[in-house]
Design a protein around this ligand. Structure first.
Ligand code: ZN
Length: 490
């Protein structure tokens, strides 16, 4: 904690010195995925951004409690109060229980996040497991007069809130300007104003996911879960709330208003938003045919992809841009990232094989590089600048390897910290399993397949299928033949 960290706060629209609520501790809440489909490219950027943030805080000596939720109920289509629940819709389509959809895609999400080298959050709460907390928060908002009951549903009264506290301070919107995008209410709506949003929705007869409440059998509004779970696990006011820029409005704006209305405080010191990824200059979307899942990226099985890209290449590609900048995805950019990553990884190996013939620090550039790398990371997580300084270190390693530069033991110590600590532990860039590790993979596969054949011998088909499916997610295909079990990497 000797180093100052500056963070851009969406709320104040400026970089601020980071001062945690509790000295030495960081409470971080990040909005996680709504688990109704395969994890895709869009999931990778927030996951990697907040992963590096957590790693950096730990490197600086902080304890971090990182909470990332799983949305498994209440997220309706078009992020509005109308339409079907995204998970229930997928469940009906696939003739499965909603919680089977949740389970399938939570596992797929975890697998993809592990492949990208992100550390798991400290707590991963689910919306459906916190209905009681959400009902109690709704009651508080009703008690304070900023919500009303209508036909069994409960709505947040945005105009009443706006009069007292100003609605829109996070996104910088004025209530008058929000007219656009909201539909005029027809006679059948339960809302008093088109700006109002649902805290509790009465379930229609065919709606599957429902819970009893004082107002009706129904389900919570999407924005509510994060207000309830953030406070439960991190306290009524915690340090950082993160998420994608697409969540700033309405999701986070509504969260902030709920906190103020229900608890009398904004609840969050620093709001942090990562920018989005475009594909060849266009927004990613199923209707545009450029929707790419992470599995398709890792295996190259999408018509937009010239080849497969490894998870570490994706990670490096994302770190090459500042988290608040737009990032455009293209085959050219990915292939450039692949080359850059290779150069860093090779230099990391060379650090241990070149000779250090002198004593002390012989290269005056290296201490400066080490300082600059950490300065960049502590300046609102500027990973592209940190990487550019690390490439200066790569050039020094390459010169020493070519024999045009002599380095001492002091230089070695600095290079070990850069390539053996900052790169793998803070940026999370690690060597991927390649050809040289094939013997290790072979040994592990022998072991895994032995466990699977023992499961089959005991007729534990669930276990044997689980192993096969998990391997498939890792890009390994298992085939049972007369001769035994064969496996291959995609
Ligand atoms: Zn959220």
């Amino acid at each position: 904690m000797t180093k100052a960290f500056y963070l851009y706060n969406t709320l104040s629209r400026s970089k601020e010195l980071f001062e945690p609520v509790t000295p030495g501790m960081v409470g971080l809440y990040v909005c996680g995925p709504t688990v109704y489909g395969e994890p895709h490219l869009g999931h990778s950027r927030p996951a990697i951004t907040y992963d590096v943030l957590v790693r950096l805080f730990r490197h600086l000596g902080y304890k971090v409690r990182y909470v990332r939720n799983i949305t498994d109920v209440g997220h309706l289509e078009n992020d509005a109060d109308e339409g079907e629940d995204k998970i229930a819709k997928k469940a009906a389509l696939e003739k499965l229980e909603p919680m089977e959809i949740v389970q399938t895609y939570t596992i797929a999400y975890h697998d993809a996040m592990r492949a990208l080298g992100t550390l798991p959050p400290s707590i991963e709460p689910r919306a459906s497991a916190h209905i009681i907390e959400q009902i109690s928060l709704i009651q508080k908002i009703l008690d304070s007069g900023f919500a009303y009951i209508s036909n069994g549903s409960v709505y947040f009264d945005v105009p009443a809130y706006d009069k007292k506290f100003k609605y829109g301070i996070l996104s910088g919107r004025q209530l008058e300007d929000m007219r656009e995008g909201t539909r005029d209410l027809d006679g059948s709506s339960d809302k008093r104003s088109p700006y109002d949003f649902a805290l509790w929705k009465k379930a229609s007869p065919e709606h599957i996911m429902r819970w009893p409440s004082p107002w009706s059998d129904g389900f919570p509004g999407w924005h509510l879960e994060c207000s309830a779970m953030g406070a439960k696990y991190l306290g009524e006011t915690f340090d950082i709330h993160g998420g994608g820029l697409d969540l700033q409005f309405p999701h986070h704006e509504c969260e902030l208003a709920q906190n103020v209305a229900g608890r009398g405080c904004q609840g969050v010191k620093y709001w942090m938003h990562n920018n989005l990824i475009t594909i060849d200059g266009r927004k990613m979307g199923k209707s545009l045919g450029n929707f790419i899942t992470l599995n398709e990226l890792f295996t190259g099985s999408h018509k937009h992809l010239q080849k497969a890209y490894s998870p570490m290449t994706i990670r490096f590609f994302i770190l090459q841009a500042h988290y608040r900048s737009m990032l455009d995805f293209s085959n050219e950019a990915l292939q450039a990232a692949e080359k850059g990553l290779k150069r860093i990884m090779q230099a990391g190996k060379d650090v241990e094989s070149i000779a250090y013939t002198g004593e002390g620090v012989l290269n005056p550039e290296l201490p400066r590089i080490e300082e600059d790398v950490l300065d960049a990371l502590c300046d609102d997580l500027n990973t592209p600048i940190a990487l550019s300084h690390l490439f200066d270190a790569v050039r020094i390693v390459n010169s020493a390897k070519a024999g045009s530069l002599t380095l001492g033991e002091g230089d070695h110590e600095i290079l070990k910290r850069l390539f053996g600590d900052i790169i793998p532990n803070v940026l999370g860039l690690v060597e991927e399993l390649g050809d040289s590790d094939d013997s290790l993979v072979g040994g592990l596969m022998d072991m895994v397949l032995q466990v699977r054949s023992e499961a089959k011998a005991k007729k534990d088909w669930a276990m044997s299928d689980l192993i096969r499916d998990r391997l498939k997610n890792l890009g390994i295909t298992v085939k049972d033949t007369k001769e035994g079990t064969e496996w291959s990497r995609n």
